[in-house]
Design a protein around this ligand. Sequence first.
Ligand code: HT7
Ligand code: ZN
Length: 872
Amino acid sequence: PQLIRLADYRPPEFLIDAVELCFELDPEHTEVSARLSIRRNPAVGQANGSLRLAGEGLELLALALDGQPLPPDAYRLDEQGLTLWQVPERFRLDSRVAIHPARNTALEGLYQSKDILCTQCEAEGFRRISFFLDRPDVLARYRTTLIADRKRFPVLLANGNPIERAELPDGRHRVTWEDPFPKPCYLFALVAGDLECVEDRFVTASEREVRLQIYVEPQKGERCAHAMQSLKQAMRWDEVRFGREYDLDVFMIVAVSHFNMGAMENKGLNLFNDRYVLASPQTATDEDFAHIAAIVAHEYFHNWTGNRITCRDWFQLSLKEGLTVYREQEFAAGLFSPSVQRIRDVRFLRAQQFPEDAGPLAHPVRPDSYLEINNFYTATVYEKGAELIRMQATLLGPESFRRGMDLYFARHDGQAVTIEDFVRCMEEASGRDLGQFRRWYEQAGTPELSIWGGYDPTAQTYTLHVRQFIPPTPGQLVKHPLHLPLAIGLLGEDGRELPVWLAGEPEPPAAGTRVLEVTESEQHFVFVGLDARPVPSLLRGFSAPVKLKDDLTESDRLFLLAHDPDGFGRWEAGQGLMQDLLLRLVADPKASLPAEFIEAFRHALRAKADPALIAEVLTPPSEEELGEQMAVIDVEGIHRAHRLFGTELGRHLREDWIAVYRDNAEADPSVLTPEAVGRRALNNLALAYLMRAGNPEGLELCRMQFGKGRNLTDVLAALRLLVERGGDDAEAALAEFYRRWSHEPLVIDKWFAVQATAPHRETLVRVVTLLHHPAYDPGNPNRVRSLIGAFAAHNPICFHAADGAGYCLLADQVLQLEPLNPQLAARLLKPLIRWRRFDPQRQALMRAELVRISKQGARSPDVFELVSKACS
Ligand code: HT7
Ligand code: ZN
């Protein structure tokens, strides 16, 4: 495969103004006719007069230029596309190709998901549909005609508005759609199928009525209410927060069961993995409900950040993804509690992005090169990209940031632009210089921020010393200091916020959070007017995506856990305490939980606070997160320490956990308010601690909770704990769960995942057995992720079994999947990539499996790129 470099970007030599597509749809054999109005790009000097169009897996049936069929010597066809040797300045190109959706297991281009035909064109799927300039900076107007059997495919959808319908004499029907907004081909979509439609309406701020439609498999309409409500909330939020209105007469969402990612923002016709649309309290967990709201909003927000303003090239992917994740996170913060939302986002960043940034796949938010763009839909581009937007918002303040966004929308509407264009808008709107800040987009690696403080009682000053270090990453050995916002508070003895008053300032500011700007490798800040040593609350709200090393003592952290007015700060203090303790337990299994620690957590549990926040505060860092803190990950030691911690905290706080469970147990199982969701989270945490402590009352409560079966959050939490405990109860519960839900694929996905993540010696054999279960389907990415993905990514003790059997199982599955669905295979293999983090025996075993994949497979650029980077 060919390395694509940002430095080689050149504007397109040709532009396509209009596209007329006609699909004669059939799963076995679809014919696609395309009429392209092409002209030379006036901004680019003439090269050699030839035109290169991308095209893969297309059977060419006819080709004509300005109505004249092209003789074979006028063009060349190869595996990757079509070259026309001589073309005029402006012309019409007609092509007709045949494709085979039912054979398309890669789920890119036009494919079949059960009885539905649908498309996925981002990033480079359109070239599997028609010959085209498949690059995001070629924007065209589309008119799409769909023809299909009326009975099998009564619903025919494409982007934009429907403009014509007709019944054909041969039992087929025809619908034509027109999208008035020029768009890149990655936003093209069509859907054909027998679908139920749930309809609603939305009146925009300027009083235009928009029809909202969610299409799902028949009989599933009643499970769309939450997605529909989330959509309307997102539409209103974007108007209020960013002044963005929807722009077409209809907005459609279609849910399909076979999908490589979460969802896709095609103009006016979003396609969704059905797990992010369908939900009822019996078939979806509270977490699923939250994901649905976030993803529906994310895709909707792309209408402006991604569709109206798109990316010039794929190196700019974070321009739309980082910005849209930021918008989604801000939206979600308003649905529940901002602190809890921030905690979850930070947990995710630390669990997914920090390890990526510290391993062989580390890359800048704006990468410099790639072999396969599908490999760059990463936590770095998405989540770290969102953090970069958040930092700009923090540095500029809300008013300037909003002005910057307004300028970005006004200046670049209808264009394909770069991250640089975005940052320039922020600079111009605020008058600030973001020159140094731009390095965040260019440098990979998570910065380490060391902060230590010193109090001078004579001068009554407190000095914070700050040092930043950015570790070397592949291809980037030398790093330069970054510009970052450091939000802090200072707390007095009684827990009150003090003014953060910098030396040299004439008067103290109001007490509370203050944002310091760090720009140097080493810097210090002197605060005055302090008659005693304050306790600093550092990096409030996680104001920058860094690894913080501070000199806070255990008693400082206990103080912050009890007193920090910032919910995020209390959680972070608790995480620090738990992490230190867990790492002590890894080093010394006889270490015990200090009494002050147990009391501090008892206090946190009894606090009159949001139950969801209490649950977060009392949830320890995951085994994976602990591993990140160690030079060599001690798989068994971490697992043992984690269990011991759970058992001990369960035992010491037994009465409190039982009281919490009793207080919260009566929450109505069908209610989805933040309060009810928080109560369920805390309740299930209490149950987990009671079960880990081996408490008989816990087991009884767990059996009862499973038996009630009225809410999937509760049933699944109980099932997970029963399976973790093992024995007859576990087997009976698994059998009962399967019997109850065998007709619901999304629930059965969870049944697979619960078994794949059970921390037992026999789990590997069970996973192998489940590969032969009649409900296992390697063609369905959700099912594959729920079994193989869950095992490899969320069951560290089994996946990293010392004999290497977990690695071997994953490699076998990657090799089997690669020819079917390379994108999915590449994503699955990621847990093998960080082999250098483990002990020498595991390193050897993991590397051997990577080498085996590279020898027996790695035929796709997707897998090849990851395996070669991992082994180099
Ligand atoms: N923009 C979408 C990305 C996406 C995708 C990328 C590659 C292959 C398949 C895909 N499906 C969706 C989703 C988003 O970030 O909103
Ligand atoms: Zn996105």
